[in-house]
Design a binder for this molecule. Sequence first.
Ligand code: ZN
Ligand code: ZN
Length: 367
Amino acid sequence: MNELVRATRLAKELRVLEVDRLLVSTPVNVRYLSGYTGSNGLLVIAAGEQSDHRFFTDFRYATQSAEQVPDGFKREIAPAELLEAAARALGTGGSPGERTLGFDDASLTVKQHARLGELLASGWELVPCSGVVERLREVKDEAEIARIRAAAELADQALTGALEAGVVGRTERDVAIELELRMRRLGARAPSFPSIVASGEHGALPHAEPRDVEIARGVLVTIDWGAYLDGYCSDCTRTYATGPLSDEATAVYELVLRAQEAALGAVRAGIGGREVDGVARSIIERAGHAEHFGHGVGHGVGMEIHEAPRLSRTAGDEPLRAGNVVTVEPGVYVPGRLGVRIEDLALVGERGCERLTGLSKELTLID
Ligand code: ZN
Ligand code: ZN
């Protein structure tokens, strides 16, 4: 699906919302709808069948935007402020409140909002419209799925390489740096988030930063990493053993794996994010670790590492849809002792899901 098809889908949504135009200002949404990857760009999407979509940038991006933005957008190189150019292009709005311009109230600053109010001709009314583009982005098209799949495969390959030389005696930071370097060498633009390598008691922190501390033998090591490739993210976590483990560590590992597989097995179109969370949570609670699993079981992944839909106790009632790409990542964190998290990235289908992360989840010894 090309970008113009996405703009057309959005235009239909706007008609339902009774919004005449939508100002798209966040770079990730501008990229999703127009293919433009520069840092300064603005879109105005027209509702319904009008297809009077406009793109604004400054002279630095004249060549780049000519190559990236489809012909279906009227492209304008603004002499000064993009908001001013957009307001001018909207023209007069007729009588007060006659026409509506949607804006992203989750990202437009108060200052930009005030400025826009000054610039717009009378007749235009500003209406908050956050989440409209994000909602479209939740369901991935074929091209997007191919990119996420490629990012996940690249990340798998990078970790496999990074573990070959062993980890015992190396610092967490050193392993994280090697992993990130390997992802870059394999073609990733960047890691999709700062990699986590957390061993022993440090693994009890879900968002641990890799330390300058050597990884010991006989402990658990949690590695959470992902690649950013062609505008899309991957996300995966594996927990490994660096030698014979304590009974407690082995038991916690087996418990998290059981919870993860059960939740993954529940993922399909029509199930709620809260329900998937509950599948993993009830298993962990029954084992007496309720207070050691403090985060939601998963989140959407796409152009951003954390996006809708959420899979958690506080997720809305909206069911998952085919084409969602979500993580399933329960964890058990025993303060001061150890932590285990196991995470897969999965493509939601009508009857189940397809795992995009391919590495084994059997408790594996790396030394
Ligand atoms: Zn992760
Ligand atoms: Zn995640």
